[in-house]
Design a protein around this ligand. Structure first.
Ligand SMILES: *Cc1c(COP(=O)(O)O)cnc(C)c1O
Length: 421
């Protein structure tokens, strides 16, 4: 490493490299159409939101806590949390947001807690339960990625006596963007005789929460506070396209135990797992929400869904068994060769639950031409590699899930269709 100062030329080079990479960036769910320039004016000041945005603040002015509180209220309204009950804060990302919710659940129950999450849940859930020394019980997901609620009932019924139950529902799984059904999870807990006072359902809505919230609740799976979630998280750098990792956790005050009143050096109690927190990321998330507006947020989601549907059609026309959940941006398809994956960074097939699959995600600001270019190269690649093993089982198992997908006729019922090409 050279020891000289970081020059504008260095930064330009990084930017060029990013722009070149963006031409192939179809595997990760980051929107690229957010313009943060209004907030950039504040990047020459230190903004530190240490503490909690709903706690009274004193003195120190270098923070954006009141705007952060407004942001949490706006997100609370979006996810139908009763306005008088909403609390929460901005985090470094969804992982820290889920951690905050798990900590609150544990504080509430003050006893043995078992966390339940599906095999398709984000890997951070296992990482966090290990870090927090909380028991994790993994629940099978159906082939379409949705948590199997019959299995949840069976597993919860076997919990240690007196254990409280925390379920992490995934609202948009990492690989196929499946949405766990929160009302069905509550019904499963009813069936396992879990009292309402001993359960907590967290909705991990990192990617899909905001786009799904733009739909009529009757036309999407239930996942928000009105549907029974006790807490919920979203990421700021995914659907909103905030240029640095960030997220938010939303909590219900009636589910949170009384705040530890020990004042910190800011004079306010602190519920947040972090110490110092960014004062800029709440502004960026708020700028994105208000900049796009409800109409824009809805239109962007509709565009992504249209692009994903068109991509599935394009692949289907070439007999590639691509599929998607109808409300998702994610197109699932057999993984291409290693060479093509070196060029197009899509998830390696061994990350998929049913080995052999990968995905591309149609995100706001990413042009459809890029996906078309990928598809053209994919079909050539596939032509070169058809003699190799191709995955047999794929697509949603429509018999075990209430969600319909556009997976056409070649699915688990007719595995031979998947091989013919
Ligand atoms: C991205 C994602 C996470 C992790 O979010 P970070 O912001 O990267 O910490 C967790 N859950 C789901 C469903 C995700 O999509």
């Amino acid at each position: 490493m050279s020891a000289g100062p970081l020059t504008l030329a260095d930064i330009r080079e990084l930017h060029q490299r990013w722009l070149a990479g963006a031409e192939f960036d179809i595997g990760y769910p980051n929107a690229v159409d957010f313009d943060p320039s209004t907030v950039l004016r504040l990047f020459d000041v230190t903004l530190n939101n240490v503490g909690h945005p709903f706690a009274p603040t004193t003195g120190f002015s270098g923070h954006t806590l009141s705007l952060e509180q407004q942001l949490i209220r706006e997100l609370g309204a979006m996810f139908r949390c009763p306005p008088e009950l909403v609390t929460g804060f901005v985090t470094s990302g969804s992982t820290e947001a889920i951690k905050a919710a798990l900590l609150q659940a544990r504080r509430r129950f003050r006893r043995h807690v078992v966390v339940y999450a599906s095999t398709a849940a984000h890997t951070c859930v296992a990482k966090l339960t290990e870090e927090l020394c909380m028991a994790l019980q993994v629940v099978p997901a159906s082939l379409d990625g949705v948590m199997n609620v019959a299995s949840l009932t069976e597993l919860v019924a076997q919990r240690p006596e007196d254990a409280a139950v925390v379920v992490v529902a995934t609202i948009g799984t990492t690989m196929v963007e499946a949405v766990d059904d929160v009302p069905a999870i509550h019904a499963a807990l009813d069936a396992a005789s879990v009292p309402a006072s001993q359960r907590w359902v967290h909705a991990d809505a990192a990617l899909a929460g905001i786009p799904l919230a733009m739909l009529d609740p009757a036309e999407r799976p239930g996942f928000d506070f009105a549907d029974g979630a006790d807490s919920l998280n979203v990421s700021g750098h995914k659907y909103l396209g905030v240029p640095m990792p960030c997220g938010a956790v939303l909590l219900r005050t009636d589910r949170c135990p009384a705040v530890d009143e020990t004042p910190t050096y800011t004079g306010a109690p602190d519920l947040t797992p972090a110490g110092s927190r960014s004062g800029h990321t709440p502004l960026l998330i708020l700028a994105a929400l208000r900049g796009f507006g409800i109409h824009g947020l809805r239109e962007r989601a509709a565009t992504c869904r249209r692009n994903a549907a068109a991509l599935v059609e394009l692949f289907s026309a070439a007999d590639v068994p691509a599929w998607r959940h109808p409300l998702g941006f994610t197109v699932v398809l057999p993984a291409p060769s290693e060479q093509l994956r070196a060029r197009w960074p899509v998830p390696p097939p061994e990350l998929a639950r049913d080995d052999g699959w990968t995905h591309v995600i149609c995100m706001p600001g990413k042009h459809f031409e890029v996906y078309q270019r990928f598809a053209a190269e994919y079909l050539i690649d596939r032509g070169n590699t058809t003699s190799r093993h191709l995955p047999v089982q794929h697509g949603p198992d429509r018999h075990t899930s209430g969600q319909h997908s556009s997976a056409p006729h070649h699915d688990a019922e007719h595995p031979e269709d998947a091989i013919a090409c």
